[in-house]
Write a protein that binds this ligand. Structure first.
Ligand SMILES: NC(=O)c1ccc[n+]([C@@H]2O[C@H](COP(=O)([O-])OP(=O)(O)OC[C@H]3O[C@@H](n4cnc5c(N)ncnc54)[C@H](O)[C@@H]3O)[C@@H](O)[C@H]2O)c1
Length: 252
């Protein structure tokens, strides 16, 4: 129970990696504010935590809305008495228009939406979470980037830019608050078997699996274990770092 008496907030926790992070943080003893724009999935995550004997409640949050982040932090304080851990994980991989396109053909609405959720969403989270954490004596923030935060992929320009931005923002926030008891780190999943990849056909999925030297997709729980460790005091000297969890993808 390395997170006993801690209060955590996770964005994008209605599904996939965010749900697994919320479950791992609750398993390790923290009270978890599960947030997502999806009501149904968010309540399901809360149910899973309660069934496993943990403590959680749901707060609806659109990562692209700055006010929602302040509301979530206020709810964490009101219901659980503070905020010590935040995982800014909400993200999308495809926009509403042309899904995969070379940079000059990316639709403006796709670019705007991708950056608003994947990058500005993390910035809005940090703005709301950091002052609260300082007030509660410090904390740990884990931002979900991607292997696409370190390298690029063809026809993925907006996603790649958003995730490179998350890593840069993570390092900046880590430097700005290193003296104030706040650690800020980024995690970089390879391709992970979550609903984000559900629209892909089996041939594409096996092609993606083959991009990893371990020859398979990752599991959301494998990302969650790193997030839980970074959130705990076991990682007390770790800040401003980017950790891949990618079956060897970036080692090639
Ligand atoms: N699955 C992968 O292969 C993979 C790889 C690298 C990085 N990631 C990153 O991991 C994170 C989680 O992805 P996942 O694979 O679990 O996907 P997912 O689609 O299973 O879950 C994403 C969650 O984010 C929520 N969400 C989307 N837009 C939101 C918004 N505006 N406000 C609040 N919540 C919102 C969705 O409702 C969903 O619950 C994302 O940041 C994604 O970019 C995923």
């Amino acid at each position: 129970m390395s997170l006993k008496n801690k209060v955590a907030l996770v964005t994008g926790a209605a599904s996939g990696i965010g749900r697994s992070i919320a479950l791992a943080l609750a398993r390790d003893g923290s009270k978890v504010l599960v947030t997502d724009r999806s009501d149904d999935g968010g309540h399901e995550t809360v149910e899973l935590i309660l069934k496993a004997g943990g403590v959680a409640r749901f707060c609806q949050l659109d990562a692209a809305n700055p006010d929602d982040h302040h509301r979530a932090v206020a709810q964490a304080n009101e219901h659980f008495g503070g905020l010590h851990i935040a995982c800014n994980n909400a993200g999308i991989s495809v926009g509403p228009g042309k899904i995969y396109a070379p940079v000059a053909e990316i639709a403006l609405k796709d670019w705007d939406q991708m950056l608003a959720i994947n990058l500005s969403g993390v910035f809005y989270g940090l703005r709301a979470q950091i002052p609260a954490m300082i007030a509660y004596g410090g904390g740990s923030i884990v931002n979900t980037a991607s292997v696409m935060g370190q390298v690029a992929g063809q026809n993925l320009g907006a996603y790649v830019a958003s995730k490179h931005g998350v890593i840069g923002l993570t390092k900046s926030a880590a430097l700005d608050y290193a003296g104030k008891g706040i650690r800020v780190n980024a995690i970089g999943p390879g391709y992970i078997a979550t609903p984000m990849l559900e629209h892909k056909d089996p041939k594409t999925l096996s092609g993606l699996a083959a991009k990893h030297p371990m020859g398979r997709l990752g599991l959301p729980q494998e990302i969650a274990e790193l997030a839980a460790w970074l959130s705990s005091e076991r990682a007390s000297f770790v800040t401003g770092a980017y950790y891949p969890v990618d079956g060897g993808y970036l080692a090639q």
